[in-house]
Design a protein around this ligand. Structure first.
Ligand code: AGP
Length: 610
């Protein structure tokens, strides 16, 4: 989705802003723009369709300088991804770049048009620029005009705005879309995400919904929704800026796949107590009184996080014996869910900004549920709005296709299942101990997989021209099948379906012929024999079987066309291991096809529209 970078300081800021936008490219976009104050009263603006490199080309042909500016990458919502619709947008003395959706923009546009204002784009953003410009006539200054405009706007926004009439100021506003502020001794920054300006500062302030801020070279002033000055705490970000770089890997996705052993150790760090067979989740603010009465858990999420939620259902129901419902966040709020004070609603989200998940979380809260999130991005909106937070500590995930965020989600869900099971007395200390040991063994098992990539490269060579793939799994491997199919679709653009193995004979079996690769996810678990029977049914119809099995498998590996061996691990952590195998299948197929793996077409990393 869109990304914004704003700067006001002492240096020539065009390179700083362009570099910041580069760090936001992962969000997904289709046009870009840059505005710089060349002199106090001259603003230079360039915009380009497509990749940031197109904008950089224009800039290099005719570079310009200035120490105040803003840049934007746009993921089209209102209006095609053309140059004219790209941000920044200009109205009178105003220049503005925006992330979000202005829901009442048509009403505002008509009103402003009736006052004689002319629009050059199809965007909702240009309306905001005009609205602020029109409010300037009766306002004390730019910040006042912004606040007057905000009182008329409905929707989500995070924007940076400047005016030629106030050369010493940048004004920022945020509501239901991410915006962070940073500052060092020379400059103030505003950005949609931390990596954009992490090389310039480690100190960040996170705005609340409804906040506005005025940035000058000397200071940052923040105001709450009522317009009153307010202090928001400064957070020190510990990440190394380099952790958001490719570090020699061909793609961010591959780097993030390889990071999983380390990130899983980070997720477990300080949270496991092997002696007690228990998990230390003191940070999770759920009191004993609530835990005693909780009678239902609803997990809400989208995409990959939704499949993690499905694995979580197996883990929590199976071991903590609390009923778990799993809902697609985009469906939850419209299905009139049954919720009361004994319901725990858990939102799972890597970004913590997914609009559907946020809306579902708010709905659950409104209906009286206790809320919790499993989230990767600290201080994200979902984290800030949940009663309790369990951070995954996967570090910045840049590739659009989620990998390390999802395996760390599974680790977090495993810890939660142990923690709940121990508190509900459904799990003995011995059982807890065995599970913790299994979790601690996961990084080594993943390393074993990562040490031999040849089978995945072979699959890519053999099957990259297939039109469609079928992924089959049973039990906790069913969500892995769904995740494998999603990952393949996202980055290779090959159609794929995930199915519960036992369900194949009820329909999709009609698709199977000698051209259909079938990824059978069949580690040695309680339902292994059943999965084998289902795969044999596919084999009997000439399907090409790619079997993900445990080392030493002497059954499915005999009939499969390609065998991927994974290490033997405790059944409870198998989905974490098989996730890695399906990630690698998609990665190498996409790499063989030469697609844009880190920024697949049409996709955005953080989906901030409903
Ligand atoms: C994962 O590969 C996808 N890009 C996508 O399905 C993602 O998981 C989904 O949009 C949810 O995002 P979130 O975890 O940030 O909420």
């Amino acid at each position: 989705m869109c990304g914004v970078v704003g700067y006001i300081g002492q240096e020539n800021c065009a390179p700083i802003i362009l570099n910041g936008l580069k760090k936001l490219e992962y969000r997904g976009y289709d046009s870009a723009g840059l505005a710089i104050s060349e002199t106090p009263d001259v603003l230079k603006i360039i915009r380009a369709e497509g990749k940031l490199s197109n904008l950089e080309r224009i800039f290099t042909q005719e570079p310009f300088e200035g120490s105040r500016g803003l840049g934007h990458i746009r993921w089209a919502t209102h209006g095609a991804p053309t140059e004219v619709n790209a941000h920044p947008h200009v109205a009178g003395s105003i220049v503005l770049a925006h992330n979000g959706i202005i829901e009442n923009y048509l009403y505002l546009r008509d009103k402003l048009a009736s006052e004689g204002r002319e629009f050059t784009s199809a965007t909702d953003t240009e309306v905001v620029a005009h609205l602020i410009d029109s409010e300037l006539e009766n306002a004390d200054d730019l910040h006042h005009a912004v606040r007057k405009a905000l009182s008329q706007i409905e929707g989500s926004y995070a924007f940076v705005v400047m005016s030629v009439n106030e050369p010493e100021t940048l004004v920022v506003a945020r509501n239901a879309a991410p915006m962070v502020l940073g500052r060092n001794e020379n400059a103030a920054f505003a950005a949609s995400d931390i990596p954009a300006v992490l090389e310039h500062t480690r100190k960040f302030v996170f705005l609340n919904d409804g906040d506005t801020a005025v940035l000058t070279r000397e200071k940052t002033s923040i105001f709450d929704a009522q317009g009153l000055p307010v202090d928001r705490p400064e957070k020190l970000i510990q990440w190394d800026p380099i952790s958001a770089e490719k570090q020699g890997y061909k793609h961010f996705m591959l780097k993030e796949i390889f990071e999983q052993p380390t990130r899983i150790i980070d997720t477990l760090r300080g949270r496991t107590d092997l002696d007690a067979g228990d998990i230390n989740l003191n940070e999770v603010d759920l009191d004993d009184a609530f835990l005693e009465q909780v009678n239902k858990i609803t997990i809400i999420a989208c995409g990959t996080s939704y499949y993690s939620a499905m694995v979580g259902k197996y883990l929590i129901e199976g071991h903590a014996r609390i009923p778990v419902e799993v809902d697609l966040a985009s469906e939850y709020r419209y299905r009139n869910p049954i919720v009361d004070g004994k319901t725990l609603c858990i939102a799972i989200s890597q970004s913590g900004e997914t609009a559907d998940t946020l809306a579902a979380l708010r709905e659950a809260k409104k209906l009286g549920a206790k809320t919790m999130c499993i989230c990767n991005v600290i201080e994200s909106t979902i984290a800030r709005e949940s009663d309790a937070i369990l951070y995954t500590h996967a570090g910045p995930e840049i590739a659009v296709a989620s990998t390390k965020a999802s395996t760390t989600q599974l680790v977090a869900l495993s810890m939660l299942a142990i923690w709940l099971g121990r508190r509900k007395n459904t799990m003995s200390a011995e059982d807890g101990r065995a599970w913790i040991e299994a979790l601690r063994a996961v990084p080594t098992a993943i390393e074993t997989i990562l040490n031999d990539l040849d089978p995945y490269k072979d699959i890519a060579k053999q099957f990259s021209s297939a039109i469609s793939f079928l992924y089959l799994g049973r039990g906790a491997q069913f969500p892995v099948a769904l995740e494998g199919a999603l990952k393949l679709k996202e980055i290779s653009y090959i159609h794929a379906e995930g199915y519960a193995s036992g369900e194949m004979k009820h329909g999709p079996i009609a698709l199977i012929d000698e051209n259909m690769p079938i990824v059978a996810i069949a580690p040695n678990d309680d339902v292994y024999e059943k999965t084998v029977s289902n795969v044999m049914e596919a084999k009997a119809r000439q399907g090409k079987i790619i079997a993900i099995v445990e080392e030493g498998d002497d059954n499915l590996s005999r009939v499969a066309d390609v065998v991927i061996e994974i290490p033997t691990v405790d059944q409870r952590v198998q989905p974490i291991i098989t996730y890695v195998a399906v990630q690698l299948i998609s990665y190498f197929i996409a790499d063989f096809k030469g697609t844009d793996i880190d920024q697949p077409r049409n996709l955005a990393k953080s989906v901030t529209v409903e």
